[in-house]
Design a protein around this ligand. Structure first.
Ligand code: ZN
Length: 188
């Protein structure tokens, strides 16, 4: 048995899990993710804040192994659209994932490949979201504090960012009168 990483502590305030590698996504890394490109470019002229980070723990990479990541999305918005992750499919499309909310308040956006059918689910402390296979998933912070969660998936799942980036999600979540508001993306 590989005895590495059988136990870890994570630090929700820092978004870290032991010394696991941390990927940081800044605003400049998220071109094309937000609905309004003018709002995006405008926001970039004011600074390049950290939008989210993921600490990836990969204890082993065998057929039956699991990987997990601690995700942290910081509060903020581009225009009226909340800070969000790029979103991805799994390269191994049938791979599912479990998201466990640890702190903060947010939303998970699921979009089934082929049908484009969307699901909008809460992600917050004491909640679990099951992401089925063949489903693009994006996480959105709709609160005032960092949204922190764990995602657990098969080791061989892999991340396919490109397929959903080409057309972006069908659904957007914007702030309207101080509350999250779900809208269909305008494709016209
Ligand atoms: Zn995933």
């Amino acid at each position: 048995m590989n005895t590495q990483r059988l136990f870890e502590r994570f630090e929700p305030a820092k978004g870290t899990v032991g010394d696991a590698p941390l990927t940081r996504r800044y605003l400049a890394d998220l071109r094309g993710c937000f609905r309004d490109s003018r709002d995006y470019e405008q926001a970039l002229t004011k600074g390049n804040p950290l939008v989210y980070s993921v600490a990836a723990v990969e204890p082993a990479t065998g057929e039956g192994d699991l990987h997990y990541g601690l995700g942290t999305i910081y509060p903020g918005s581009v225009g009226d659209e909340y800070f969000l992750t790029k979103g991805h499919y799994h390269t191994w499309r049938m791979a599912a994932e479990v998201y466990i909310g640890i702190a903060g308040t947010g939303i998970m956006l699921l979009e089934e490949e082929g049908t484009g059918e969307s699901r909008v689910l809460p992600l917050e402390e004491n909640s679990v979201v099951y992401v089925p296979g063949f489903t693009a998933h994006r996480t959105i912070n709709t609160g005032e504090i960092p949204l922190v969660y764990l995602g657990v998936h098969p080791a061989r799942a892999g991340h396919d960012y490109g397929s959903i980036a080409e057309r972006n999600f069908n659904t957007v979540v914007v702030k309207r009168d101080g509350q999250p508001h779900v809208e269909r993306r305008d494709r016209s």
